[in-house]
Design a protein around this ligand. Structure first.
Ligand SMILES: CC(C)(COP(=O)(O)OP(=O)(O)OC[C@H]1O[C@@H](n2cnc3c(N)ncnc32)[C@H](O)[C@@H]1OP(=O)(O)O)[C@@H](O)C(=O)NCCC(=O)NCCS
Length: 170
């Protein structure tokens, strides 16, 4: 069962469980701890026999691409707890919720920021890497994103020259 919930309406115990998975996966990475991250708007959880088998968050944001504003769905913290990995759950959950991003949230495209090793995984799901500077905000000012940015578009691929996230990254 896939549950789609506003992040602000997640039960405390669900939020704690998700945070502990996130902390396990990313808590030891210095850049993760040193960066201020956006608060998600939506959380998608795939339950298998009442257990969390995959989850991820969506951030709704208006970003600027080559000077034009687009409402996009930012994806973050895609995690499958270890015992559920390699069964296609993350792929299935991401695929099954594309319509949420495009049709219900009316996003022009999906945007994710990720490390090199996950690029092939997302490419299989039709996400593609774009090579352009990506700027995001921190309390200390505007910064340049150092890793990858991938997009999911409905039709043709974009090839932008500059992306501004207009807020904290995700
Ligand atoms: C990435 C992740 C969400 C995949 O979840 P999953 O439910 O196992 O995904 P699927 O079964 O749909 O697809 C599995 C594929 O993920 C890819 N993959 C997973 N981890 C990977 C890694 N560290 N490096 C490269 N590819 C990886 C593989 O291509 C794998 O394919 P295979 O099963 O044929 O080997 C899961 O491994 C995870 O939680 N990893 C840790 C957190 C993380 O890095 N999340 C991504 C944040 S951008």
């Amino acid at each position: 069962m896939i549950e789609i919930k506003k992040y602000s309406e997640l039960l405390e115990k669900t939020k704690n469980a998700l945070n502990s998975f996130i902390d396990n996966e990313f808590g030891h990475i210095p850049i993760v701890n040193e960066t201020e991250w956006a608060t998600p708007d939506w959380t998608i959880v795939y339950y298998k026999n009442d257990l969390i088998a995959t989850f991820y968050n969506i951030i709704e944001r208006e970003i600027t691409v080559d000077g034009k504003i687009y409402k996009i769905g930012g994806i973050n913290n895609v995690i499958t707890p270890k015992e559920f990995r390699g069964k296609g759950y993350a792929s299935k959950t991401l695929k099954n919720t594309e319509k949420l991003i495009f049709d219900e949230l009316k996003c022009a495209f999906g945007v994710l920021l990720c490390a090199d090793n996950l690029i092939p995984f997302y490419e299989k799901l039709n996400w593609y890497k774009v090579k352009c500077p990506v700027y995001f905000e921190q309390s200390s000012g505007q910064k340049l994103w150092g890793a990858n940015i991938m997009l999911l578009t409905k039709n043709e691929k974009l090839n932008p020259a500059k992306i501004e996230l207009n807020g904290l990254p995700w």
